[in-house]
Design a binder for this molecule. Structure first.
Ligand code: ZN
Length: 125
């Protein structure tokens, strides 16, 4: 099988960039290749919008480096380029990070609530 499959990514101002992958390759390889091109586009778009151009940000090393799309054991994953840790399957990063952030908020909220209770009770009584 030969040929190329591609799509265009557009920014709100109408500028676009084409991304593509060769057909006939393993699916994970195609996904990683496309993620690499989406990353390039996203970083340029963030840069143009004068926002921090690290995307997707490594959750283990904030403000240090983006995650790298790699093929590992036949799956396309986002991996930390520094320590090689797999963070999420490509396509599931948002869910992974949201879950982690929710857990953090819950833990912090719980601590704050109990601290507040302890402070308030003597003053109310
Ligand atoms: Zn990292």
């Amino acid at each position: 099988m030969g040929g190329v499959a591609g799509v265009m990514l557009y920014e709100p101002d109408g500028t676009g960039m084409g991304i593509s992958t060769m057909l006939g390759q393993p699916r994970a390889q195609q996904v990683a290749e496309l993620a690499d091109q989406v990353q390039e586009w996203a970083v340029e778009a963030l840069c143009a919008a004068t926002m921090p151009a690290v995307w997707p940000e490594c959750p283990a090393h904030p403000n240090a480096h983006p995650l790298a799309p790699v093929v590992l054991h036949g799956q396309a994953v986002w991996s930390c380029p520094r320590d090689g840790v797999t963070v999420a399957l490509i396509g599931e990063l948002a869910a992974t990070l949201t879950t982690a952030a929710d857990r953090r908020v819950e833990a912090e909220g719980g601590e704050r609530r109990s601290a507040r209770k302890r402070k308030r009770q003597p003053t109310r009584d």
